[in-house]
Design a protein around this ligand. Sequence first.
Ligand code: NAD
Ligand code: DAU
Length: 349
Amino acid sequence: MKILITGGAGFIGSHVVRRFVNTYPEYKIINLDKLTYAGNLANLKDVEEKQNYEFVKGDIVDAIFIDQLFADQDFDAVIHLAAESHVDRSISSPLEFVMTNVVGTVNLLNAAKKYWTGEYLNKRFYHVSTDEVYGALGEEEMFTEETSYDPHSPYSASKASSDHFVRAYQDTYGLNAVISNCSNNYGSYHFPEKLIPLAINNIKNNKPVPIYGKGENVRDWLWVEDHARAIDLIFHKAESGTTYNIGGHNEWKNIDLIRLLCKIMDRKLGREEGASERLLTFVADRAGHDLRYAIDSSKLQKDLGWKPSLKFEEGLEKTMDWYLANEDWLNGVTSGDYQTYYTEQYSER
Ligand code: NAD
Ligand code: DAU
């Protein structure tokens, strides 16, 4: 099987590529990535020499390039992760999110439709999406696969739109498509614009840790390798046209999560208890900030037997150990453009 994985140089994509390259030596894995600020080939150093792996640099927004790639390579399947993924950036540059997340997805769908005609059932288009398409929850309910879409940020609106296009190509042309909507991931190779790696980096460097609003927002955290395992299962086992929610049953208010993280960091860095917590700084809230996400993943658990493998505290420890042991990676991604981004994003808050 020859599989095109898009966005494989990013956070989740690199874990999916690693899993597929190592688990299925008989497959050929082509990783297509534009290498934006979020894409980094250092995330895949351990698999880059493998026989069944190939990297292609390219932009999913470029329809001619995507068409040619499908003409040249006889793909059996696509696992589509390439996206602009950071909510704060979508608030300052919404159009980039429309281009990559909507137009880029439609370009891939068009190429799949054109080159797979007559053999749709033997092919598979797997679209990786997010729980943010469902909007925000109150205190009680959870998102199920039947929850209506209600996106609030330009990021989630663009992902919702891409999900609709995938379903439209399934319904209109018969494309064999599956979608999964996952909650917040954490783990190694997570770009430090996102809450957990940003906090680890700032605590390590004794810098203020920005908490939006009152820190009351709730996220449902899942270890990234459990997400990659779910993608593997769904890719191989799900029926065409199915959607699965993936989540950790692991809800944390931001403030509680960051306090826990500070406590563990104090221990790991040999600081006195409470030292890291003094870095917490409440800053202006994110516009349109969704209050709570929580995923009901019982369909995935029942149909395919998936469940999270790690307790959160265990996963957090592993993650912190990885960041402390991989200073070169962290220093590499936080130099240059990251400093400009950080100043623009946080100096006005
Ligand atoms: P990321 O930002 O870390 O990585 C995105 C990757 O896509 C990067 O390697 C980037 O270079 C590449 N890319 C961006 N624009 C491109 C383009 N135009 N052409 C080709 N490549 C391009 O993102 P992530 O956190 O790994 O998320 C991956 C996918 O999973 C996204 O679709 C996201 O919506 C979804 N998702 C993320 C989370 C999460 O918690 N991070 C949760 C649920 C779903
Ligand atoms: O739910 C899945 C989504 O999770 C994915 O689709 C997105 O791609 C991914 O980025 C993530 O979105 P969030 O907006 O939830 O993640 P982020 O790490 O940006 O923020 C997590 C929470 O922490 C959120 O409530 C905002 C808050 N936050 C974030 C940052 C960066 C802060 O309080 N301070 C910060 O500096």
